[in-house]
Design a protein around this ligand. Structure first.
Ligand SMILES: *Cc1c(COP(=O)(O)O)cnc(C)c1O
Length: 369
């Protein structure tokens, strides 16, 4: 095996020489941001590639989430999952909204729809679920509850780039979906993100909100933020898009190889997707059970001692961080499934440049632990 360190992910980068002509074009035009030609082209190409009506690009997904909530005028309480990256809940606090944590389903590791209704109060205005690891939430059940109680649904779809189900893109569900194009994600623009919008009017409001609230040169219609993606990041996105299918195919082959090597390993369970899903293989999560010879943390340390940096996504739970743990819904006994998963989860390295030999080495360390 090569002697470089292996991380849970490594960004996929297009050939550098392909970037140069785009940089020359940006230099020549002098337009660096504010919805320039690269920004417009990437929005159009992403909408086409993803099979969604409209895409509004952002500087990152966190500002996208904050803006998505603001665009729908969400207030009061929002039901969300404790089993996610901390930005999911932070986007609520940034809007002065109270997060209400609800437990997850042990198969999908997504918000458990059967537990949502009990958490609804007169202050509840929306549900903020996450398609964890890119595996689709039970979107039908969530929508039914939202319709029954007149709630909005905003999906944190940071992991779900390109994911489809029988009915098409998973990003078309709910009122809005937010993607992340951070360096660690399947599709990256170094930093970046987007809101998937159902219609042009919604997108127009979001465009105002990501540009300080400007509706035109002299009119400010809301307390908007600066969430714009620059021309440089948009150009990177256009290059990435050319290679993303190829990158996902390689991820799929790695996923399959891990499963072959780990499927019969006692105490290790590979987390499965949902039946009928077209996955993006963004992560390779395993659960380290109590019947495995060593603990999850001991396995994490063992891999690290061999230069392999797996990650405990998502441990600790968001509800355990200091700004959340005092909330009534953050009490540990209310979130038993999320707690168990957080104590057993380990995400193994998966990225296009990871070699078959490296996958075999990683699986070998685990099976011989
Ligand atoms: C990465 C991530 C985010 C934040 O994305 P940024 O683009 O880095 O702001 C939000 N939610 C989830 C679930 C993520 O994994």
């Amino acid at each position: 095996m090569s002697n470089h360190k292996i991380y849970v992910t490594r960004p996929f980068l297009p050939p550098l020489e392909e970037l140069i002509p785009h940089l020359q074009q940006i230099w020549a035009s002098g337009q660096l941001t504010n919805g320039g030609p690269y920004h417009q082209q990437l929005e159009a190409e992403l909408a086409r590639y993803l099979g969604v009506p409209h895409v509004a690009l952002f500087a990152n997904a966190t500002i996208g989430l904050v803006t998505a909530l603001q665009s729908l005028r969400i207030t009061g309480e929002v039901i969300t999952t404790p089993y996610s990256f901390v930005a999911t809940a932070h986007s609520l606090l940034w809007n002065g909204i109270k997060p209400v944590f609800v437990d997850i389903d042990e198969k999908t590791l997504n918000l458990d729809p059967s537990k949502i209704e009990a958490a609804i109060t007169p202050q509840t205005t929306a549900i903020l679920p996450v398609h964890c690891y890119g595996h689709p939430c039970d979107v039908e059940s969530i929508q039914k509850i939202a319709d029954d109680y007149n709630l909005k649904v905003i999906y944190d779809a940071a992991h779900a780039f390109g994911v489809k189900t029988g009915t098409g893109s998973v990003l078309k569900h709910g009122d809005l979906s937010v993607l992340s194009f951070h360096a660690t994600k399947v599709f990256n623009t170094f930093e970046g993100g987007a809101i998937v919008c159902p219609d042009a009017k919604t997108k127009e409001r979001i465009n105002h909100l990501k540009n300080f609230g400007f509706a035109n040169e002299t009119t400010v219609v809301a307390t908007g933020i600066n969430g714009k993606m620059s021309e440089f990041n948009a150009a990177l996105g256009l290059l990435q898009l050319k290679y993303v299918e190829q990158a996902i195919e390689r991820r799929q082959a790695i996923d399959q190889r891990y499963r072959e090597l780990l499927n019969r390993c006692p105490g290790i369970q590979c987390v499965d997707g949902v039946a009928g899903e077209t996955a993006n293989y963004a992560y390779f999560p395993i659960l380290v059970g109590s019947d495995f010879p060593i603990s999850r943390d001991a396995l994490y340390d063992l891999l690290a001692s061999r230069g392999i940096h797996a990650r405990r996504y998502f441990y600790p739970l968001i509800s355990d961080f200091p700004m959340y743990k005092g909330l009534p819904s953050a009490q540990p006994h209310l979130l038993p499934v999320a707690r168990r998963m957080a104590s057993q989860i380990l995400c193994l390295p998966i990225y296009p440049d990871l070699s078959d030999a490296e996958v075999e080495t990683i699986a070998g360390i685990i099976t011989q632990a």
